[in-house]
Design a protein around this ligand. Structure first.
Ligand code: MCA
Ligand code: AMP
Length: 498
C-alpha cells in the first residue's frame, strides 16, 4: 500500500470493521479496499498512472461512492463528484470545464448520463458491470498530487472548480479528527449531498479515516428514517445543516409523546451533534437544547478551505458564534483596505491560511490570483471577534445566496431566467426565511404582451436548474430599482421581495 493516500493505508488496519451500513447490508474496510483496487485497475486499463486525468462519478452516498472515489485516487486521477440531481445543462458545465475523460456511475443512472457522455466523448463506465477481479500495479502518489475538483457557485455566472490536493484533504480531515475526537466506535448517518465538502469530508472521509461506520442514505435526507434510527440509538455523531435541524424540530413537535420521547432520547445519547454550512439561528440552537439536551457545536467552513473555525468540543459552545480557528488553520480579519483588524468587536473579511486551503480554481488562474493575497485566501465572509469567539456577520457579496445549506449564485440564476421568452429583465436576491435560511427570490420585468405565472416559471425552470435554485418568491415589477449609474440596487430588490 505504499504510495497510496494515508486514508487507504489506514483502511488496511480497519480491515474487518464495518465501513458502511446501507439498504443491502454492510461493507467492511477490507471489501472497500478490494473494490477500489479493481476500479483503479479498470480505470488504468493498462496504463501505469492516470496522471491527474479528471474522472467524474455520479453515485448516491454509500460504499459505491467511496469505492469509486478511492479507485480514482489509487489510479492517480482527480475525482470529480457530480450532483446526481443536477440537470443535464449543469452537468455539462462541470464535465466540460473539468475536461472529464471517464464518468463512472451505476446502471440505473446510465440512460440519463449517456447522451452527455456521447456528446463530450466521455467514456461511460457502469460500476455494476465491472469485474471485481482486476488487479494491477498502482502508481506512487505524493501529497502534492491533485485529488478532487468540487464545483462551487460564487460571484461569477458559472460554478468554478475548486481543486484540492491529497495534502489539503489530509489536513482538512486530521484537524477534525483531533478536534472533534473522532473514534473507531463512532456511527454517523450520511444523508447530505455527495458533491459538497460537508458530506464528502466532514462526514464520510472523517468517519473512514477514524475506522468508524457510516450509515448511508442513498436518497438524501429521509426524515422519518432518520428519526427511527435515532430512536434506536443507532448513532453517536450527527452532522447537518441548519435547515435539517429546523425540519427535525418541526417533526418532533408533531410526534405523539412516546415517539417524541424515544427520538429525543436518541439525540440526547449522542456524543456530538454539529451544525454548519449556513448560520444556525440562536433560537434553533436553544430550541434544540431544550428538546434534546444537546448543545449543538457550530462550525464554519467553505469548499475552498474545508473547516476553519469551530466551537470547542470541550468548553463553551456559544450560540450564534462559530468559535475559534481549528489547529493548523490561521485566520485573520481584514478591513476594506486589506489591513488586519486586531481589535475585538470590529468587523472584517475572513482570510484563511494553512495546509487545508485549496490549490487553485481549475484552469482559472485569474480567479485564483484574485482570491489570494500572498498565501491568504479571501473567503468573502465578514466576521467579528467577540470575547475570543468569531461570529459570522454575512457575505460581502449580495450575489451569493445560502439556501438549505447550498451556496447559490444570484448571477447564475439571473442568466437562466433571462432565457425565458417572457422575462425582459430580472434581479435575484436571497430573502430571509426561517426554514431555508434564505429563499431564492426574483424581481421580474415581463416583456410587453407576455404573461407569466409562478407555476409556469417553476415548471420551465425545473428543466434548467437544480430544485434548490428555482426562485420561490417572485414579484412582478415595471422597472428594476437602479442607481444613477444604471446599476440594479439589490438592497431595494430585497425589500421588494421580502
Ligand atoms: C428544496 N425545496 C426548496 C429548496 N430546496 N424550497 C425552497 N428553498 C430551497 N432551497 C423544496 C423542494 O422543491 C420540495 O418542494 C421540498 O422543498 C422538499 O424538497 P427536498 O429536496 O425533498 O427537500 P429536503 O430533502 O427536505 O432537502 C432539504 C435539505 C437539502 C435536506 C436541507 O436541501 C440538503 O441536503 N441540504 C444540504 C446542502 C449541503 O450539504 N450543503 C453543504 C455545502 P415540493 O414539496 O413543493 O416539491 S456547504 C459546504 O460543504 C461547506 C464546506 C460547509 O461549511 O459545510
Ligand atoms: P460553500 O462555498 O458551499 O462551501 O459554502 C461556504 C459558505 O457557507 C461560507 O463561505 C459561508 O458563507 C457559509 N457558512 C458555512 N458555515 C457557516 C456558519 N456556521 N455560519 C454562517 N455561514 C456559514
Amino acid at each position: 500500500m505504499s504510495g497510496s493516500p494515508l486514508l487507504m493505508q489506514r483502511a488496511l488496519d480497519h480491515g474487518t470493521r464495518v465501513a458502511f451500513t446501507e439498504a443491502n447490508g454492510h461493507v467492511t474496510y477490507a471489501q472497500l479496499l478490494e473494490r477500489s483496487e479493481a476500479i483503479a485497475a479498470t480505470l488504468l486499463s493498462g496504463a501505469s498512472d492516470l496522471d491527474e486525468q479528471r474522472i467524474a462519478f455520479a453515485t448516491p452516498a454509500g460504499s459505491d461512492y467511496a469505492a469509486i472515489q478511492w479507485g480514482i485516487w489509487r489510479a492517480g486521477g482527480i475525482a470529480v463528484p457530480l450532483n446526481i440531481h443536477a440537470t443535464t445543462g449543469e452537468l455539462q458545465h462541470c464535465t466540460s470545464a473539468a475536461g472529464v475523460t471517464i464518468l463512472v456511475t451505476l446502471s440505473e443512472l446510465r440512460e440519463q448520463l449517456a447522451p452527455l457522455c456521447e456528446a463530450q466523448g466521455i467514456n461511460l463506465i457502469c460500476l455494476d458491470q465491472l469485474s471485481l477481479e482486476q488487479r494491477c500495479t498502482l502508481p506512487e502518489l505524493d501529497l502534492s498530487r491533485r485529488a478532487m475538483i468540487i464545483f462551487t457557485s460564487g460571484t461569477t455566472s458559472k460554478p468554478k472548480g475548486v481543486v484540492t490536493t491529497h495534502g489539503n484533504i489530509q489536513a482538512q480531515v486530521t484537524t477534525l479528527i483531533d478536534s472533534w475526537q473522532w473514534r473507531r466506535e463512532d456511527v454517523i448517518p450520511l444523508f447530505l449531498p455527495m458533491h459538497h465538502v460537508h458530506g464528502i469530508i466532514n462526514v464520510m472521509t472523517c468517519a473512514l479515516w477514524a475506522g468508524a461506520t457510516v450509515d448511508a442514505y442513498d436518497d438524501g435526507f429521509d426524515l422519518p428514517r432518520v428519526c427511527q434510527r435515532v430512536s434506536e440509538h443507532a448513532y453517536t455523531v450527527f452532522m447537518a445543516v441548519p435547515t435539517i435541524y429546523v425540519k427535525l424540530i418541526q417533526a418532533l413537535e408533531q410526534m405523539d409523546p412516546a415517539e417524541k420521547a424515544a427520538t429525543c432520547a436518541g439525540f440526547a445519547a449522542m456524543r456530538l451533534m454539529v451544525s454548519g454550512s449556513a448560520a444556525l439561528p440562536v433560537t434553533i440552537h436553544q430550541q434544540w437544547h431544550q428538546l434534546t439536551g444537546q448543545v449543538l457545536l457550530e462550525r464554519y467552513g467553505m469548499t475552498e478551505i474545508g473547516m476553519a473555525l469551530s466551537n470547542p468540543y470541550d468548553g463553551e459552545r456559544r450560540p450564534g458564534c462559530v468559535g475559534m480557528p481549528l489547529p493548523g488553520v490561521a485566520v485573520e480579519l481584514h478591513d476594506e483596505e486589506g489591513q488586519v483588524v486586531t481589535a475585538e468587536g470590529e468587523p472584517g473579511q475572513i482570510w484563511v491560511q494553512g495546509r487545508n486551503v485549496f490549490l487553485e480554481y481549475w484552469q482559472n488562474p485569474k480567479a485564483t490570483e484574485e482570491s489570494f493575497t500572498r498565501q491568504w485566501f479571501h473567503t468573502g465572509d465578514v466576521a467579528v471577534l467577540e470575547d475570543g469567539y468569531y461570529r459570522i456577520m454575512g457575505r460581502q457579496s449580495v450575489d451569493i445566496i445560502k439556501s438549505g445549506g447550498y451556496k447559490l449564485s444570484a448571477l447564475e440564476i439571473e442568466n437562466v431566467l433571462l432565457d425565458h421568452p417572457a422575462i425582459a429583465e430580472c434581479a435575484v436576491v436571497g430573502a430571509e426565511d426561517p426554514t431555508w435560511g434564505e429563499l431564492v427570490a426574483a424581481a421580474l420585468v415581463i416583456r410587453h404582451g407576455h404573461t407569466l405565472t409562478r407555476e409556469a416559471l417553476a415548471d420551465w425552470a425545473s428543466e434548467k436548474m437544480s430544485a434548490y435554485k428555482i426562485p420561490r418568491k417572485l414579484v412582478f415589477v415595471e422597472d428594476l430599482p437602479r442607481n444613477a449609474m444604471g446599476k440594479v440596487i439589490k438592497a431595494e430588490v430585497a425589500a421588494l421581495v421580502s
